[in-house]
Ligand binder design. Structure first.
Ligand SMILES: Nc1ncnc2c1ncn2[C@@H]1O[C@H](COP(=O)(O)OP(=O)(O)O)[C@@H](O)[C@H]1O
Ligand SMILES: [Mg+2]
Length: 295
């Protein structure tokens, strides 16, 4: 579904250049529900905005299904946004109209697309658990309920893929659980591909795969040992729970991988290292001259 290779995004302001993505690789399979985790400023929103067609990449490759998002025309990009992706933000005020009812809000994007399907709009609101509140104006709904309306809206045009940027960032943990359960249901029952961006490690137990992003690069991948293990214990604040996830270093197509900064620091590896293959493992060491001994 998603294929990013060497994806680069540079933001240029007056006299400053920020390299938000510096050659990122990511593959997401059709029907997968996965999370991208990283600290603030690591490039998560930049990546999601590019995948959602809200922003243009600077270089590299990025494909979603049949779409090449580097080469797509502005006109086709509009089509892509309407037909292929659904988008959810932490701050859902961006796509909600407060003085309309929940139902009218869900029908709004359908209207822009030329065809209102009221039955489907009602179905969506029922799926997110708002059947009894669909005629309420948004101002009468709680924050968590509004976020659920936002989810229904994101699906109103039957996209193949859902992109969520910190969707549980401003709700309590109970509401966060409800939202993750809704995502899981859509993933299972509609076969929707779902990418969730978050800095919250506790969400990791609820998805099949977690990709860690650091300094605009994907660095580590955590894959759930048993994908059916819903409601698995949350990951601890520091590391990732070994019982639930298997950790992998991401190796790109040409063989590059990122060595964690802590390891490099401990071994005092600067800009060079030696690498040896001893038959069943690869050993990376500081260069001999700085090691002060011969091997
Ligand atoms: N529109 C922009 N103009 C300039 N710099 C930006 C812009 N958007 C993001 N950045 C910078 O790009 C980097 C990545 O930001 P972002 O993708 O928002 O990170 P995250 O979502 O992981 O917090 C940060 O250094 C941020 O300051
Ligand atoms: Mg962000």
């Amino acid at each position: 579904m998603i294929e990013c290779e060497g994806l680069v995004k540079i933001y240029k302001t007056d006299d400053l250049e920020v390299v938000a993505l510096q050659g990122l690789n990511l593959t997401v399979k059709d029907g997968e529900m996965m999370a991208i985790i990283g600290n603030s400023g690591s490039g998560k929103s930049t990546l999601l905005n590019i995948l959602g067609g809200l922003d243009r990449p600077s270089a590299g490759q990025v494909r979603v299904g049949p779409w090449d998002l580097l080469k797509v025309s502005d006109q086709d990009l509009v089509k892509y946004k309407r037909q292929t992706v659904g988008f959810i933000w932490q701050n859902n005020a961006r796509n909600l109209l407060p003085y309309l009812s929940a139902l009218e809000n869900v029908e709004m994007p359908m209207m822009f697309n030329g065809k209102v399907d009221r039955a489907y709009a009602k179905q969506l609101l029922e799926w997110v658990g708002l059947k009894d509140r669909m005629h309420n104006k948004l101002t009468q709904l709680s924050g968590g309920e509004q976020q659920r309306v936002a989810i229904a809206i994101s699906l109103s045009n039957r996209p193949q893929m859902l992109l969520a940027d910190e969707p549980t960032g401003s709700v309590d943990s109970r509401t966060s659980d409800i939202i993750m359960d809704i995502f899981r249901k859509f993933n299972r029952e509609l076969g929707l591909t779902i990418v969730i961006v978050t800095h919250d490690l506790s969400l990791a137990g609820k998805v099949d795969r977690v990709v860690a992003i650091r300094d605009g690069l994907t660095s580590t991948e955590f894959i759930k040992r048993n994908p059916n293990l819903d409601g698995a214990p949350p990951l601890s604040g520091v590391g990732v729970d070994d019982d639930v996830h298997e950790a992998y270093v991401v190796v790109d197509r040409v063989g590059r991988l990122q060595v964690p900064k802590e390891y490099l620091k401990q071994l005092e590896i600067g800009d060079k290292a030696t690498m040896e293959f001893d038959g069943d493992k690869i050993v990376i060491r500081a260069p001999k001259s700085t090691e002060g001994e011969s091997a």
